[in-house]
Design a protein around this ligand. Sequence first.
Ligand code: SF4
Length: 104
Amino acid sequence: MDEKLLRRDVLQRGAAGVLAVVGAAACKSAPKALSCADTTSLSAADYQVRTTLAYVDVSTEPGKTCSGCQQFIPGEPGACGSCKVVKGTINPAGYCKSFVAKTT
Ligand code: SF4
């Protein structure tokens, strides 16, 4: 009886260990979505422009993203950029009503 309990205990702990390793590996490999939605440093006026132009961190308009807009100023690779119109951090995958497609 004690041996059965011991065996079950070892198996349960082993399974928990395997799950922990698999979970940690999954967390490392999952790409972290870029967020450029922090508006805490904006003035009230700049925040108003951002909301009036309906800036969103992820575009809902097919083929229209900040990275393809004339107003976009890229940041470091994989980081937020900025915009000539909308103040604050701008996601390359974002969008707002002032989108103007790049011509070059
Ligand atoms: S104008 Fe709008 S769509 Fe263009 S880069 Fe700025 S926030 Fe993005």
